[in-house]
Design a protein around this ligand. Structure first.
Ligand SMILES: [Zn+2]
Length: 153
């Protein structure tokens, strides 16, 4: 988990002790690390563990934000894209709200939120404002049957 500690030191204020201070994780290191975790929630749990093991108190919500940040480094072309947003040139991506476990779509450019792929077809934006969210797992996407909406590169 040295790579994770280095990334956390890069992304957060807290500085964790590392074995090799010279190590500078490259894209492959980051990708290898992130691919061990299915969804950013599981990565956030691991991050919390790392902080706790170093006696650093941290809010779980901060762990989620860090996990999403690190996840995005590994997947600059986020794997759960659903549709191109013509009016802003962004992509709608699938998210799961942490507090409610509700799935929705959000544009990575303009942050427009939509409740479902069906609503996206109707150009209907959400009336609800989704807050802190995680990248879901593939299993969750299978369960809600949204896998079929994902655009393959
Ligand atoms: Zn947009």
């Amino acid at each position: 988990m040295e790579v994770l500690k280095h990334l956390l030191n890069k992304c957060s204020e807290v500085q964790l002790p590392v074995l090799n201070a010279q190590l500078n994780p490259n894209y492959n290191d980051i990708f290898k690390l992130v691919s061990l975790f299915d969804g950013s929630y599981n990565l956030a749990v691991k991050i919390e563990e790392v902080f706790v093991s170093h006696d650093c108190g941290i809010e779980f919500s901060n762990c989620v934000s860090l996990a999403n940040q690190i996840w995005a480094m590994a997947y600059p072309n986020y794997p759960y894209k659903v549709a191109w947003h013509g009016s802003c040139q962004g992509y709608f991506e699938i998210w799961k709200e942490l507090a409610t476990n509700r799935f929705y779509l959000e544009c990575d450019e303009c942050s427009t939120q939509v409740d479902s792929p069906e609503d996206l077809n109707k150009h209907k934006a959400s009336e609800y404002f989704y807050e802190l969210s995680v990248y879901p797992t593939l299993e969750e996407l299978e369960d809600i049957d949204w896998i079929k909406y994902i655009i393959k590169k």
